[in-house]
Design a protein around this ligand. Structure first.
Ligand code: GDP
Ligand code: MG
Length: 507
């Protein structure tokens, strides 16, 4: 008699099994961090062959995960397996092997897909049994579990869709325990939960102790990747904020008031559209840091933008409506254009005759002298107001949190609803939002970039408003400091569980 246990020493192989449409392929996408794995569809039955993906680190394959078509017709399957019995002492595994040899098991129009799933299960070390936690436990689940038990492989029930309001994890834990399955884990494939994934792998470790080292490697790999992704994303955010805070656009020279106003709005528009483009690029880079791109990145960042009430950093009405900067908003803003600080303004000129000589003197006097010089030339400096920079900061952090809790199987906007909703909740509480979301540390680090036009790729002309070489070690340091503070802020929110993916989306 051949041994039914999987050979020790062989590589760790997980097979994801269960009924169609329970999110098996989605689970693989998220565990593998591969959006391009397999075909996911709400219609079901889209996975027709067994497909496999590897989890690998620098030293090679850690584990292989098998996707299966699903045990569609589990009632008939169980009957077909039982029908092969010739002796009452035959064990379930013997009956299963006999079924796999039968004509029904070789016919895709009959029980061929179910047989393919069973063969994949037999080829695995351990089975992940995917459950749609929104469903009631039904007789067909018992039939599926009976068939799986016959494979003599350890089974970890995985409760999927747990972030949905109608999911009932408790009922399923109970139902699984009644089948002798006690290692049930909740892991929503779409709303990614770092801790949920760790619990899943720890359950595998418990049931497959021979693969202890592989599980440790797997956990280490994901922790490392996550650390790098967060650090990279925070640096991207900090770089954006330094660019935005430091940007100075100098208006064209004007000789009269009408000309000055026109030059001012042209310069404002130049700055605002440059910041918008810059923010969009930063979002793409943050998405890329978490392994998302293209449509996934767009879907998520769109959600962030929309959920933040469509707040436009270029619109004072929008800022006020969001209730973010009601108190003390005036401080950083001027009445006309609200988000634009007019660094130097409102001085009419006697003439330009002496400008050359005066300019030489003032230029040497440093940045403030330079401003006076520009004023004499009929030029203004336009920069972003504090409120606008803080909107950018809020959005950058919300974007990072959104990607932190987005599974690679996510396709629907609903997946990060709770992350953004919780950000908004804080903002909604009578103007306390600003203080809670942009703490003094972050604000201070942003201020350090103020007036340093040379630090910003958005400044026109390049290098405006700063003495000496534009980009130097000072900027790199400022970005690093700000990135560290953003990271602390992001981590705090994730740890307190207010973000999505902490398994709290229910209720
Ligand atoms: N909200 C939510 N949707 C999910 C989850 N897992 C899968 N889905 C969706 O459920 C549908 C079926 O998923 P799929 O992975 O194809 O299931 P399979 O037939 O078992 O492989 C797809 O529309 C998925 O996007 C989940 O954990 N949460
Ligand atoms: Mg599938």
């Amino acid at each position: 008699m051949t041994s039914v246990a999987s050979q020790s020493g062989a590589a760790l192989r997980l097979a994801v099994v269960g009924h169609a449409n329970t999110g098996k392929t989605s689970l693989l996408q998220t565990l593998l961090r591969r959006r391009d794995f397999g075909v996911v569809s709400p219609r079901g039955g889209t996975t027709r062959v067994v497909d496999a993906g590897d989890v690998r680190d620098a030293s090679g394959v850690i584990a292989t995960i098998l996707d299966t078509p699903g045990l569609e017709d589990s009632l008939r399957l169980r009957d077909a397996i039982d029908a092969g019995r010739t002796d009452r002492h035959e064990d379930p595994r013997t009956l299963l092997d006999r079924f796999l040899e039968s004509p029904a098991a070789r016919d895709d129009d009959d029980l061929g897909l179910e047989a393919a799933s069973i063969r994949a299960a037999l080829d695995a070390t351990i089975l992940l049994y995917a459950i749609d936690a929104r469903e009631d436990p039904k007789p067909r689940h018992l039939d599926e579990l009976a068939v799986l038990a016959a494979t003599a492989r350890p089974v970890v029930p995985v409760l999927n869709f747990t972030a949905r309001p109608d999911a009932d994890a408790g009922r399923w834990r109970d139902a699984c325990a009644r089948q002798g399955l006690h290692a049930t884990v909740s892991f929503d494939a779409v709303v990614y939960d770092d801790a949920g994934e760790r619990r899943l792998l720890e359950a595998v470790r418990t049931l497959a102790p021979a693969h202890d080292a592989a599980i440790t490697r797997w956990l280490d790999l994901r922790a490392r990747e996550r650390g790098v992704a967060v650090a990279t994303a925070c640096e991207v955010a900090a770089d954006l904020l330094v660019d935005a805070a430091a940007a100075i656009v100098v208006t064209a020279t004007a000789t009269d008031d009408a000309g000055r106003r026109a030059a001012f709005s042209a310069a404002s528009e130049t700055l605002l559209s440059a910041v918008r483009r810059r923010e969009a690029d930063a979002r793409d880079d943050i998405a890329a840091a978490f392994g998302f791109s293209g449509d996934d990145a767009r879907a998520t960042t769109l959600e962030v933008a929309e959920a933040l009430g469509g707040v436009d950093f270029a619109s004072p009405e929008s800022l006020e409506r969001a209730g973010l900067w009601a108190a003390g908003a005036g401080a950083g803003l001027v009445a006309a254009g609200a988000m634009i600080d007019l660094a130097v303004g409102g001085m009419s000129l006697g003439g330009f005759t002496a400008l050359g000589a005066v300019g030489a003197a003032l230029g040497a006097a440093g940045a403030s002298g330079r401003k006076v010089l520009r004023r004499l030339r009929g030029q203004d400096e336009v920069r972003l107001g504090d409120a606008a920079v803080e909107v950018l900061a809020v959005r950058a952090m919300a974007t990072i949190r959104a990607f932190l809790s987005r599974g690679h199987a996510a396709i629907e906007p609903v997946s990060i609803e709770s992350a953004v909703a919780s950000a908004l909740e804080v903002a909604g509480e009578g103007g306390r939002g600003e203080a809670e979301r942009i703490d003094a540390e972050v604000r201070g680090a942003i201020r350090a970039a103020r007036g340093r036009g040379g630090w910003s790729s958005l400044s026109v002309p390049a290098g405006s408003g700063v003495v000496g070489p534009g980009v130097g070690p000072g900027r790199a340091e400022a970005v690093a400091t700000l990135a560290a503070r953003v990271a602390t802020r992001v981590a705090t929110r994730v740890r307190t569980g207010t973000g999505a993916g902490a398994g709290k989306a229910r209720g």
